[in-house]
Every structure is written in C-alpha cells, then in structure tokens.
Design a protein. Sequence first.
Length: 424
Amino acid sequence: MDIDSICNELRKGSNVLALHSSNQKNHALECVMNSIINNKAEILEANARDVKDARENGMSEALVERLALDEKKFQSILDSIKIVIAQKDPIGEEVSGWKVPNGMSIRQVRFPLGVVAIIYESRPNVTVDAFTLAYKSGNSILLRGSSNALNSNKAITLAIKEGLESAGSDGVSNAIYLCEEGEHSEVQQILDATGKIDVVLPRGSSKLINLVTQNAKVPVIQTGAGVCHLYVDENSDLNMAARIAGNAKIQRPGACNAIETILVHKNEAEKFLPLLVKEFNNRVKIKACEKSFPVLEALCPGEIKSELLEKATAEDFGFEFLDFVVAVKVIDDLDSAIEFINAHNTKHSEIIVTNNLSNAKKFQVSVDAACVYVNASSRFTDGGEFGFGAELGISTQKLHARGPMGVQALTTTKYLIDGEGQIR
C-alpha cells in the first residue's frame, strides 16, 4: 500500500469537500444511497461469501451475526443515510462569538478535521456509516476493515464511488479509499502516517483498540471494548430487571453494548436469580460467584441445564465475552456495586435497575462511563438509537468526544478574528 499517494489523494478530496455547501454534500449522499440500492444484489452476494468463509473458518455465530447483512440490516443502512442527510450540517456553525475591548470580533466556528482513518472489524455497515458521517462533516476517509469482511467492503465501496461519480461536480470521489490488500502492514502504515492522517479511530475488539492506542503516532479517538454491567438494586422491580437483562445480553451478544456482568443486591439474589434463569431460557451460560452459585445450582437441571452453569473465576469479571455468556455476582449494596463497576468496566455503558430515585442519581453521577442507564437496556447505546442516524463508534475517552459519535464528532473549531487594523 502506497500510504503517501493514498493520503495525498484523500487530502485533495478533503480540501475540495471542505468548500462544498450542505446542499452539494446532501445531493452526493442521495446519489450514494441510490447507488447502494442499485448494487444491492452484488453487495448481498459479496456478503454471503464472507459469511460462508467465516463459518468455515470457525467464527462464532455471535460474531457471524455482526458480519452478516440481511434485508433488515440493508434497509437500516439506507435509513441511516437518510437521517444523516436530514441532519443539520455542523460545518460553519458558530459555537460562540464576542467582541473584545479593542473592537476585534472573535468567533469560534466548526470546521472538518480533514483526513480521517477508521480501522474496524466485521460489520460491513460501518463502511457506509463511517463514510456518510465523514462526508457530511466535510472529511475524506481511509477505511481499513477486517479481512473477513473484505468482499462486502469492496462491493459497498464500489457502490459509494459510483454514487459519488454520478453526483457530478457535487461528488468528491477521492474522499474515500478502502484498503484492499488485507495485510497487517496496512494498519501500521496508517498508525505511522504523521502529518498525512489527522485522526484515526479504532472500532472493534479490545485487542484491536489496544493495538491502535499503543502504537499510533497520529492522534486517536479511542472507542472502547464493552465490558458493561447491570446492577439490580434492593427493592427494585425484579421482573423489569430480568427483562432488561435478557435484552441486554441475548438480543446481540456480540455487540459492544451487550452486558457481560450482572450484579445483584444480596437481599434480592434468591428472588431475582430464578427470574433471570427463566428469562435466559437456557440460552446463556452463567458464570456464578460463590454466593450466587448455590442459588442457581438448586435450579439444575429443571430450570437451567447443568452445562450452562459454572463457578466464576476472578478473570470472568471485567472480561468481554461477546457471546451467550454472562458473569453473575452478589453484591452488598449500591456503594459496593459502584466501586466494583468502576474497577472492572471499560467506561462504555452501565445500568442500574432501581425504584430508589436517590440511588439512581448517585449511580449516574458516580459510575464512570460514557452512558449510564436507569431502568433501561444498554443496547440503546448506538448512534442510530440516539438519533444520529449512524455512528463512528462509542468513544470511551473523555477528550474531544464521548459516547456514540455522530457527525459533530468529526469536527474541530477555529477562532476567526476580524479587525480593523488593531495592533498590540
């Protein structure tokens, strides 16, 4: 991969795109959407090949689900483009403005970052999401997906480029580039591209994220692995807690916003755990702490299969299973739950189920995470669910962006100063 030539073209694209109006960018995105529709058969066929190869190579079904496109996911891709098109363009927005005593006018205004790179795993929909958000915010983008989604990403990128070309002067076709070699060296070239790439975003497993954050010479917006917890408080609605646990674990266990650990107040364990087992309905392996194990063991084999229950080890807490597996721990009280979560989480998404308003507020203030839920599933941590249309990922850091990253996350600001000959 010739990273210099690629980045030079992307820089040219970003320079042109930065001058385009909202109407021009929206027209180009509409053409991209139509091109994706027209290339639907080719995209789904390419994805089917990726899914077939993934299964033959032993990929877990939870991760295959992340890779696979179906009619519903395909429509979701189109819907996300529509939402981004309808959103207000952040470029040129005046964040603040004032006059200083010498008469100069100072304005803080939003501008594109420039050339953005994203390194991601599976999920071919990310190819569309990342491009759409980058284009809307006036940035060009370098895409480096995983080798197991390469056929899908190639077909999608080809459709995007065709759409940009069909947009005429409104389309900037050199605002996107997909790394197609599938070689690990591509990643390091991106991470070493100081002065050529303005920011890189990793999206995927903790292994990928750590690789990028530990080796990048270019600035990084860190997205995090999802070790998410659900805490069932004392005197809470236990049926609600069980439903939330089922949704947050089972609906898409390979997603970063799925829960990996359930904490239960000691006074609720004997009542809640049977409800949890019923909700899971033998679909989830439970790794139980020493206090919860006897309660769950008493439900074997009638309510839970013996092979779906085992004693938890210390390593099970703070681990991202990305599968139909969950760790369960009985906890003394709210303060213990908060302390445990802050010691084991990845600052992604955390849940409390409680009827106590004071406890809810304390949990939301004290838990260190990008998204903190009261009586709702962590599965809502998603750009689409937040109304962003699409997302670049979930930022778990505290600088520049935090939580689901939409179009505004790919902007920076400049101070524009107008004077009349003032000197200091």
